[in-house]
Write a protein that binds this ligand. Structure first.
Ligand SMILES: [Zn+2]
Length: 129
């Protein structure tokens, strides 16, 4: 599904993906949607070794031929809505903090995100809620 590329940035790996599930049908009326371009969603992903890794997901947009509803392909398999980290990155961070006793700051550096981004994403889970 993913292909690796390192476009001139030795300190960061970039993975590009597309959403595989085509998501063709309108959830409101059941008609078929026609392609309306795509958008990119950028997520912090599980590091490759200790190299920060950015996952860029290309998300197709569609417009319903019946009711005009516009939607994007579902990316919930990769990350929660509005999340900046993939599910894999979150799991990596939790293991790092709980098992390997990495600090929050270290986790943020290796994920390549701001400290508060990592902190907000990880701690609600680490505390068991
Ligand atoms: Zn529709």
């Amino acid at each position: 599904m993913c292909s690796a590329a390192w476009p001139g940035l030795p300190d960061r790996a970039v993975l590009t993906c597309r959403v595989v599930e085509p998501d063709l049908w309108c959830r409101r009326c059941g008609c078929e949607g026609v392609a309306r371009g795509s958008v990119s969603r950028e997520l912090a992903h599980e590091p490759l070794g200790w190299r920060p890794t950015t996952l860029i997901v290309t998300v197709g947009r569609r417009k319903c031929t019946g009711c005009g509803h516009v939607w994007r392909q579902d990316t919930s398999a990769a990350a929660e809505p509005r999340a900046k980290l993939t599910r894999t990155a979150l799991r990596w961070a939790l293991v790092g903090i709980v098992v390997q006793h990495l600090t929050d700051a270290r986790v943020a550096v290796v994920l390549g995100v701001a400290w508060d981004t990592a902190n907000n994403a990880v701690w609600p889970r680490a505390s068991g809620s």
